[in-house]
Design a protein around this ligand. Structure first.
Ligand code: F6P
Length: 342
């Protein structure tokens, strides 16, 4: 078969491991030809690709980013974008395309399937917010990086008797914040799923510090929001693709903590450090399993399906179901995290 692959949306450690697995099994086992479309859907729209073979993928397993590039461009937002994708498929005699992407890119693949095009999905996001898969690759790496940062902040916080507010990624969900908060022994974690009351945050810190402890770590997901009416924040900003642009809630939280409690407070915004660099061993293995399952799904003509991890098995789920709603943190995990607050 002739198969296209693209990586779309924000990059994520493990993307190259997926591409490598698709190419390795596709070329060696099935005798496929694999074309890597450059910069996500832009490559499909502009018919720009690179031929991928086993040799080209050598050394990429531990490498972060994506060797074929990525973008948030979506054919439904570009003039004649869908027709151009159809032309690219025909011109290159493609039998299938594998989209490795987050919720937006997978929704796009699903719509293209609805228009008769042969797409299969691989879920990707450090945020871990895709439904029907227990985890996405990149998440473990992001949690590991955030946890290491929190570990480092503990010692400097203790030396200076400070409150450290750490902002981690997580636009709509608090998986990274909750995991890194538990793993790093956070004093309090704030997540989008549970709007916070700054009075309660300050009261908890005051109680902790009055009992003889002076250092605290507050982990804040970038999408965390105050309970309505409890704290004014700046209006939301959006990027050119309509995605909310976050980053900065930690500054608001830290300012309020310092003002209300008088504790010396500092902010660390981890940002894209969480998405860069080498994937953890777990993410390399998950990416490899997803890549192998995706090429099998193509040979089974499972159009409109996505590979997923369920009970430690790789399964196929309908894309339409996976993108229907984002996956929040579970009540059980949040309850566990809350036992360790303050
Ligand atoms: O891919 C998900 C994500 O990392 C979010 O956690 C974050 O809000 C967003 O992407 C950042 O996007 P960009 O790279 O466009 O700044």
């Amino acid at each position: 078969m002739r198969i296209g692959i693209l990586t779309a949306g924000g990059d994520c450690p493990g993307l190259n491991a997926v591409i490598r697995a698709v190419v390795r099994k596709g070329v060696r086992f099935y005798g496929d030809e694999v074309l890597g479309f450059v910069d996500g859907y832009r490559g499909l729209i502009d018919n720009e690709f690179m031929d991928l073979d086993v040799e080209k993928l050598r050394g990429t397993l531990p490498r972060g980013g994506t060797i074929i590039g990525t973008s948030r461009i979506n054919p439904f937002m570009v003039d004649d974008g869908v027709d151009k994708v159809r032309e690219t498929l025909a011109k290159n005699q493609l039998d299938a395309v594998i989209t490795v992407g987050g919720e937006g890119s997978l929704s796009c693949a699903n719509e293209l399937v609805g228009l008769g095009m042969p797409f299969v999905g691989v879920p990707k996001t450090i945020d871990n917010d895709i439904s029907l898969t227990e985890t996405t690759f990149g998440f473990d790496t992001a949690v590991t990086i955030a946890t290491e940062a929190i570990d480092r902040l503990h010692t400097t916080a203790e030396s200076h008797d400070r409150v450290m507010v750490v902002e981690v990624m997580g636009r709509h969900v608090g998986h990274i914040a909750t995991w890194a908060g538990i793993a790093g022994g956070a004093t309090i974690t704030l997540v989008p799923e549970h709007p916070f009351d700054i009075d309660e945050v300050c009261a908890a810190l005051t109680q902790r510090h009055s009992s003889g402890r002076y250092a605290s770590i507050v982990v804040v997901a970038e999408g965390a929001k105050p309970r309505p009416g409890t704290l004014p924040t700046a209006p939301d900003e959006y990027d050119e693709y309509g995605h909310i642009r976050l980053g900065g809630i930690a500054n608001v939280v830290a300012g309020e903590i310092e003002k209300r409690t008088g504790y010396d407070t500092r902010v660390t915004i981890l940002g894209h450090v969480q998405r860069g660099g080498t994937p953890t061993a777990f993410d390399r293995v998950l990416s490899t399993r997803f890549g192998v399952a995706a090429i099998d799904a193509v040979h089974d003509q499972a159009w409109g399906h996505m590979v997923a991890l369920q009970s430690n098995h790789i399964v196929l789920v309908p894309l339409a179901d996976a993108i229907a709603k984002l996956k929040p943190i579970s009540a059980e995990l949040w309850d566990t995290a809350r036992h360790f607050f303050a």
